[in-house]
Design a protein around this ligand. Sequence first.
Ligand code: SAM
Ligand code: SF4
Length: 348
Amino acid sequence: MRMIENIITPTPINGELDQSAPPIIDRFGRSFNYLRLALNEQCNLRCIYCMPEEGIDFRSKDKLLTTEEIFRLIEIASQMGVSKIRFTGGEPLLRKDISELVRFSHHCKGIESVHLTTNGLLLSKQIDKLETSGLSGINISLDTLTPKKFSIITRRDGLDLVLNSLHKAMESTIQSIKLNVVAMRGFNDDELMDFVYLTEKNNITVRFIELMPFDSHQIWKTGKFYGADHIVSDIKNQVDELNPIDGSRTEHHIFRVNDYTGKVAVIPAYSRSLCGACNRIRITADGKLLNCLYSQDETNLRDAMRTGKTDMMIKEMIYGTMKKKFKDGWEAQNQGNDNRESMTQIGG
Ligand code: SAM
Ligand code: SF4
């Protein structure tokens, strides 16, 4: 086994040890600078494509990463070239230490931006604290703009709370505000343009996401799947111009409609047509490292930390896992049967 000690030689800089390590690169030449950390599995909604009404077999608190363990993983990742952090879940705003985690990441050397994905229910109350803690971006998940459909899709009420949070987010100094919309045939395919129009005057990005097969009820098999190609052609048919915006590295198709202020993105999360540009590392709420959303192989970083492994050993585990990443999500999925019940067990 390659010993990481050979390539990481801590050198004192201004009296401090420089722990920087080589970037994480896989066998296909992809480099990974974006860490997505799930903070919990619990949620205050029950979206039909994500979690059954009765919830799932939630892991007990002692199985989840502690604040200190998350700090440690962020620090280690930053030394390996990770510059972007996203907190997700479950619902990350249910974690009491969320502002503390944002603040720590914001001040961590090498971390350039800290983001959050939330259902928005609790956001308006917490946004001031998150803003002062240094949050750079918020993705709010919202699949419909009508209260009735909101309660069907999420099995709870709360559209007003989410819209209020969206407004507060737009009024804040937080730079990047995005809406995540899971596109579903027969549920919200008639609302795509209502979401697109939100980008006319508002500097937000509306992201249409393909339904993925991670719910125990497998609703994606029931004809609700609405593919990225369809979403793009649907929008194209209803606007004068849908102008692609060039990004240097992107895992989604991104457009500006006419001369609108904001942007529209389409994420082929199921089609997996953009895996070649993947830069993501995922850690689940219980500390398992995944090299792909569709991977069933997990590397247990929590137990490594709890059994006294050094930072260098943990770096070695991360290099090894990412090196084994498959060419795309199809190959990853074909390695075995997924027995997860919900996206919250991966971190969306
Ligand atoms: N609770 C937070 C939220 O809803 O934003 C964060 C966690 S949630 C698992 C993260 C994202 O995954 C959300 O945008 C959600 O819509 C998306 N998601 C969950 N299950 C999905 C599925 N089966 N297919 C596509 N997207 C899914
Ligand atoms: Fe909760 Fe987010 Fe899953 Fe909806 S998508 S049930 S809000 S974790």
